[in-house]
Structures are given as structure tokens and as C-alpha cells.
Design a protein around this ligand. Structure first.
Ligand code: LLP
Length: 415
């Protein structure tokens, strides 16, 4: 297999001049995604887990260019909604490389997915509640079914993304074997699944190992399973001084915790595949000196990259326009009138001036995906980089795109 590249790509590893030229050409804010890095991340995962079934949790970044890259790199697609299933099919994932994980699924999602399953009967559907099984049966589904367990243990970079152990997710693990027996005759029971949470690293790794251990016990209690899926959650280093995950060590620990099973190990990382493949470029609008700090107002905000506002997430920030300027302590803030619309407080940035272009690192995962049009602010474009150069993968949204839903409101049929 070819070179999976370095274990991490830091913000300083990006080509500064190239990013500046992209901001100049396409304007700001601007998401930049390097498909070559997506490919490397996929390869490193496959190399670390050669015996496992590896899917990409597409929710981290559903752009078609990313999905096609991941498909070509040999990962399958794990989808969280009918829309994601549709996008994965559009990107050329065949049914046997598609999984749909139903979390409290709306009726319309089940209708849509069952319809697509009819044409793609090798698709797998994962359910986290007994009545979801009945709702699927009501729609005629009798295909490949996976049971999501609640393993009673979770982990993650923030309580808002710690799923394992939360009552919302999965069937209590001790009930899964009897449900497996009940559904066997009516469905093709192929797997069990659990997901600890997102952004797991450091101390969380032992909680993750406990989850894997419990899933190994579960897999041994149910005959004839094809796979045991221990979810995603592989953390990436957002801080520059944070070491990257040692994937080989994580893989070894996972195997050891799982123990011997006839079922194949499956994993479904999202963040790990795309986080360091993306940066967000944003121009400085305003520089305001106040007694305690320098407030740097930029043209990206919580509407562009929600993670700092939602999870107090740290993203590296660098002033591309002034690599040699002296660093000053800053608050880097967006244009939204909310205190949460702040990317960083007390952050050293090379003394910014109006018009400078800042780069915000590790924006490839849950960046564009969680962008919104709050404040009637159109979402930015995305440029993708590959061996053959740069191209616009999503154009900039316009105000017209946003208001069209009102102008065409009379076309809405009653539900
Ligand atoms: N599998 C399932 C069932 C999931 O719910 C998720 C993520 C994943 C896999 C992939 O997890 P990952 O490898 O990306 O950590 N918006 C948050 C993250 C939410 C993750 C939700 N589920 C953030 O920006 O940190």
C-alpha cells in the first residue's frame, strides 16, 4: 500500500503562499480541503487496521469530492440520515459499501432509506431502539440489520459529543442478545455496533478500551455475526503541542480488548479522515485595541465554524499575511452579536492588520457541515486541492439562495 503520509498535518505545514493566493482568488471566508491529505488519512487507517472493516462517518464532511476520494481510497460509508445515504449513493458507493445508522429516525428518513434499500439490498441498517426494528418491518424491510448497543460507557472531547452510555443511544447492552434471537428469523442479522463518542484521545482511551471489551463479550454471546463495529471517535491533535494518536498502538489495544471473535472488527471514524485536510481562511475586518487586549474581528464567525462556540473547541490560528510580525495577545472574534462568536481568547497572533488573511486549522471535520445561515449570512465556498490543482467544489452561497425559500413558499404542498 502507498505512503499514508505523516501522522498529522499541522497548520504550519500548509503552503502559506498558496493559501494566500486562494483567498485572493476566491475571496473569504473560504474553506480549503486537500483531497491528497484525505487520501493519506484513509490509507493510514487501513494500514493500522488491515483486518478490519473501515467506514467513513460521512457526517464529518459530506462534500462529494471528499466522498469520492474516500470511496476510491477503499473506505465504506457510514451515514446518519436519508440525506447522507443519498449523497453517498451519488458519490458512487454501492449498496454493499453503505451503512445507515438510525438514531431516532424520522419517518421520512425510514421511508427514503427503505426505498433505496430495495434497489441496493446489500445496504446495512443499524438500529438503536427496538421499535425502530418494528418501524422498518412495517415498511417491508427484511435486509441486513445491525443492533446498536448502549455499552454503558462513553468518551469524547466534550460532554455534548459523548454518546456511549447516554440513554439516547442504543439498546441497553444486556438486552441485545435476546433481541438478536427475536429478530433473527425476520432479518439478516449481521452485526452489533456501539460508538463511545467523538474526539477520543489521552485519558479517554481507557474508556474506549472498556467499550471494546464489552462489545467483544457481546459479539461472543451472539452466534453468526459478520462484524462487531466499535464506532468512530479517533481524536486528532487540535493543539500544536499535542501529539497525534499512535494509530498502531490504538489498533493493538483495540484488538486486545476485543479478544477472539469470529465477527470481523469494524470501525467508522469521521473526524480522523478529514480534520487536518481542511483549513478555513478568513480576512481581518477590524482591529480594535482595548486596554486589556487586541480584538481582531474577522469575516468568519460561528455561522462558518461552529465548534468553538458550541464545544469551546480549540483551533490553531495563524496570520498568513504577516509571518514575521511580532505576536500579540488577541481575541479573535466573528461578526455575530453573541459572546459565543469568538474563535479564541488570549491567543498570540502575529500582530494582525485590517485585510490580513488568517488561517484556522483542522477545519475539515464538522466545519462546513455545521455552518448555518444565521444572521442571513451566506455560507462560504469550498475549494478542493488535488494533484491537478485547485477547483471550487461548492460555490459561495448567495443571499438569493437563502431567500428563495420564502419567494417560492407558495409552491409548498400541504404535508
Ligand atoms: N459513528 C457514529 C455512530 C457517530 O455518531 C459518529 C459521530 C461517528 C461514528 C464519527 O465520530 P468521529 O470519528 O468523527 O469522532 N460535531 C462534533 C462531533 C459530533 C460527532 C457525532 N457522531 C464536533 O465537531 O466535535
Amino acid at each position: 500500500m502507498s505512503d499514508g503520509g505523516p501522522a498529522v498535518r499541522r497548520l504550519s505545514d500548509w503552503d502559506r503562499e498558496h493559501l494566500l493566493s486562494l483567498a485572493d482568488e476566491f475571496g473569504s471566508p473560504l474553506y480549503v480541503t486537500d483531497l491528497r491529505r484525505v487520501r493519506e488519512n484513509c490509507l493510514r487507517l487501513r494500514e493500522a487496521f488491515p483486518e478490519a472493516h473501515v467506514s467513513y462517518a460521512v457526517k464529518a464532511h459530506t462534500g462529494q469530492a471528499v466522498l469520492e476520494t474516500v470511496r476510491d481510497a477503499g473506505l465504506d460509508a457510514e451515514c446518519a440520515s436519508a440525506g447522507e445515504v443519498e449523497r453517498a449513493l451519488d458519490a458512487g458507493f454501492p449498496g454493499d459499501r453503505l451503512r445507515y445508522t438510525a438514531v431516532n429516525p424520522p419517518a421520512a428518513d425510514l421511508d427514503h432509506v427503505v426505498d433505496r434499500w430495495e434497489a441496493n439490498p446489500e445496504m446495512t441498517v443499524t438500529v438503536g431502539a427496538e421499535d425502530t426494528i418494528d418501524r422498518l418491518a412495517d415498511r417491508g424491510f427484511d435486509g441486513r440489520l445491525c443492533l446498536r448497543a448502549n455499552p454503558g460507557v462513553g468518551a469524547g472531547h466534550h460532554e455534548k459529543v459523548t454518546t456511549g452510555g447516554h440513554a439516547k443511544f442504543g439498546i441497553p447492552i444486556d438486552r441485545v442478545p435476546s433481541i438478536a434471537e427475536r429478530v433473527r428469523d425476520d432479518f439478516d442479522l449481521v452485526g452489533v455496533h456501539a460508538h463511545a463518542g467523538s474526539g477520543i484521545s489521552g485519558d479517554d482511551l481507557s474508556a474506549h478500551r472498556e467499550l471494546v471489551r464489552r462489545m467483544g463479550d457481546l459479539a461472543r454471546a451472539i452466534d453468526g455475526l459478520e462484524f462487531v463495529d466499535v464506532g468512530g471517535g479517533f481524536g486528532v491533535p487540535y493543539h500544536d503541542d499535542e501529539p497525534p494518536l499512535d494509530l498502531a498502538a490504538v489498533a493493538d489495544a483495540t484488538r486486545e480488548a476485543l479478544g477472539d471473535t469470529d465477527a470481523q472488527l469494524a470501525i467508522e471514524p469521521g473526524r480522523y479522515v478529514v480534520a487536518d485536510a481542511g483549513v478555513l481562511l478568513s480576512a481581518v475586518n477590524t482591529v480594535k485595541e482595548v486596554p486589556e487586549t487586541t480584538v481582531v474581528g474577522i469575516d468568519a464567525g460561528m455561522t462558518t465554524l461552529l465548534r468553538p462556540a458550541m464545544y469551546d473547541a480549540y483551533h490553531a490560528i495563524s496570520n498568513l499575511s504577516r509571518p514575521d510580525a511580532e505576536a500579540v495577545s488577541t481575541i479573535v472574534a466573528g461578526p455575530v452579536c453573541e459572546t459565543s462568536d469568538v474563535f479564541a481568547e488570549d491567543r498570540a497572533v502575529a500582530r494582525p492588520e485590517r485585510g490580513d488573511v488568517l488561517a484556522i486549522g483542522n477545519a475539515g471535520a464538522y466545519g462546513y457541515e455545521m455552518a448555518s445561515t444565521y444572521n442571513s449570512r451566506p455560507r462560504p465556498p469550498e475549494v478542493v486541492l488535488d494533484d491537478d490543482g485547485a477547483r471550487v467544489a461548492r460555490r459561495r452561497e448567495t443571499l438569493d439562495d437563502i431567500t428563495t425559500l420564502e419567494r417560492t413558499a407558495s409552491e409548498q404542498l400541504p404535508n
